[in-house]
Design a binder for this molecule. Structure first.
Ligand code: ADP
Ligand code: MG
Length: 393
């Protein structure tokens, strides 16, 4: 078991202090020199070095002495910083089983004091490319580790801001609870991703609901961009919930039309294949959808886009700014280029070193991290919330 959150219970205040010092050092160092960590942490009697050894043992940091003696955070170390901050805020106090492994995220159940179960999404943007970069040691070495922290944090911030705005406008999305670093806490959606649902009582109703949602999104100025059977949840009553928002774009994006058509096409194809639905028959029947349809019934972006917008602008004024959006897109594009440059290199097993293996983290023993317990044992580092990697970039 790779993400052993039990470790969290045994980490002391000093452990978190040093872990935070490594995080701060990573703002401008890929590998943070030991002396710098020591200077930031300011522990007495060379305590920093002893603590670093302990953090290394638990795979919360990675040691590198190729150029100089230094450390960097692992995914696990970053996870623990976010988890501890959220526990201290009283958002939840226990981490449960893993419920999803995405390409670029891991999703766990977390439990509140009153027993309510929430979902925790840990963004791992750059995970794939980071691996590739590691395989090609000298390739864009600088920035590589810094990027995964920064990218993941931006992705989480974006997802949280979008989820919140969509929820406020009555879209069927999880309730956005909180966000810290690369971690988003949201309500747990009942049911399963559509891809796992073999049979539906009313496939046509579900289909219409989904298409109506993608249209309404566009009317509000947004395109999901990954709208498919993996990101649509269906519960026992066949209620639809849309998830996974880090890649959403505004209808004013230069490729908006293409993204919209692709989202729509995915749904049409899926329902045609899985539920044998035929769309040609609907030619002149929009089934109550108040939009133009093309010859095979697809909603037309040009028609919707005529009078759409406002949520995209509203979001631009929220916590997730236009600048963040541009930067995230630029970084993702940069990461993708790096990926295609070194696609065949690096395997999932290389993640082991990071303390988390994509395929290995299947279960987590439930853990009671009551607030008191964590505060008592791990200390309450006030500066946790204030220093985020990449803030000034
Ligand atoms: P990714 O960006 O990696 O695809 P997703 O947000 O799509 O991540 O989540 C991956 C999987 O985790 C989903 O397919 C779903 O099974 C599960 N999941 C994600 N969010 C929730 C949630 N709020 N409630 C229940 N399950 C969820
Ligand atoms: Mg997904």
């Amino acid at each position: 078991m790779k993400l052993d959150v039990n470790v969290l219970r045994y980490l002391s205040k000093d452990d978190f202090r040093v872990l935070t010092a490594v995080e701060m050092g990573m703002r401008n160092h890929e590998i943070v020199p030991c002396e710098l960590i020591d200077r930031i942490a300011r522990l007495k009697h060379g305590g920093t070095y002893k603590v670093l050894k302990n953090l290394l043992k638990h795979k919360l940091v990675h040691h590198d002495s190729s150029k100089y003696d230094g450390f960097r955070l692992t995914y696990l170390g970053y996870d623990f910083l976010a988890i501890k901050t959220l526990v201290n805020r009283g958002i939840f106090n226990g981490v449960g089983r893993q419920i999803g492994v995405g390409k670029e995220s891991d999703i766990f159940e977390v439990v509140k004091e009153d027993g309510t179960v929430l979902a925790m999404k840990l963004h791992r943007l750059g995970r794939v490319s980071f691996r590739a970069v590691k395989a090609k040691r000298d390739y864009l070495r600088h920035r590589s580790s810094y990027n995964w922290l920064y990218l993941s944090r931006l992705a989480a911030l974006k997802e949280f801001a979008f989820m919140k705005a969509l929820e406020e406008h009555g879209f069927p999305v999880p309730q956005a609870v909180d966000c810290n670093r690369h971690c988003v806490i949201m309500s747990l959606v009942p049911g399963y991703p559509l891809v796992q649902v073999r049979e539906l009582q009313n496939p046509d109703v579900v289909f219409e609901t989904i298409i109506a949602a993608v249209i309404r999104l566009a009317e509000h100025g947004l395109i999901h961009c990954d709208f498919n059977e993996f990101n649509i949840m269906i519960d026992d009553d066949e209620k639809v919930t849309i998830i996974d928002f880090p890649q959403m774009v505004s209808v004013s994006h230069p490729n908006a039309q293409m993204y919209f058509d692709r989202d729509v096409e995915c749904i049409y194809k899926f329902f045609a294949k899985r539920y044998n639905m035929s769309f040609e028959e609907n030619e002149n029947d929009s089934d109550g959808l108040e939009v133009e349809i093309d010859e095979v019934g697809r909603p037309q972006f040009s028609e919707i886009n005529k009078n759409s917008g406002f949520l995209d602008k509203e979001l631009a004024a929220s916590g997730f700014t236009r600048k963040d959006q541009d930067e995230l897109e630029k970084l993702i594009e940069g990461e993708l280029e790096k990926q295609s440059d070194s696609d065949d290199e690096g395997t999932a097993d290389e993640e082991d070193e990071e303390g988390i293996n994509n395929t290995n983290v299947k279960q987590l023993e439930s853990l009671d991290l009551s607030k008191e317990d964590v505060n008592h044992r791990a200390g309450d580092d006030k500066h946790d919330d204030n220093h985020q990697v990449g803030d000034e970039h």
